[in-house]
Design a protein around this ligand. Structure first.
Ligand code: CU
Length: 150
């Protein structure tokens, strides 16, 4: 087994280089805003969603489209008052229900629909557009968003 003995000058250089690197890191990060944590839980939670549409044409000329709630999944703490704010962008109107609740309504193009609610039981609730959720053999997936309550 071999042991290396470092000269004092080498130790000093390594020490000062480390010090300079840490100082530089500190200067660069002063005023940095943390991007994690739970700032949203301080106040009432508002989840902003939109209705959107994807459309394309296949090589054989077949046109396919899909409507979506975007974001398609939100995470909600149980027992907390929340607001779902859904802005209608694509599609004239989207009648919806939230499975497992008595919540229903319509999102209309150019309008904001607000849903003030609270989920007391954990689980996954589906926000479903009743117009765009039937699988009738076409190339269209259901228009659904998943509300994950924990
Ligand atoms: Cu729809």
């Amino acid at each position: 087994m071999r042991f290396y003995i470092l000269k004092k000058s080498v130790v000093k250089i390594v020490f000062f280089c480390t010090l300079i690197a840490l100082g530089g890191w500190y200067i660069v990060n002063v005023g940095a805003i943390p991007t994690t944590g739970k700032p949203l839980e301080e106040n009432k939670l508002v989840f902003h969603m939109i209705t959107s549409e994807f459309k394309t044409t296949l090589t054989d000329g077949t046109e396919i489209e899909a409507y979506r709630f975007d974001p398609g999944t939100i995470t909600v703490p149980k027992g907390k008052d929340i607001t779902l704010s859904i802005f209608g962008v694509n599609g004239s109107d989207h009648p919806f229900t939230i499975e497992g609740t008595d919540i229903s309504g319509v999102v209309k193009k150019g309008e904001v629909t607000l849903i003030n609610t609270r989920f007391d039981k954990p689980g996954v609730y589906q926000l479903i557009c009743t117009t765009h959720s039937n699988h009738n053999g076409q190339h269209s997936p259901p228009m659904v968003a998943y509300i994950y309550v924990y």
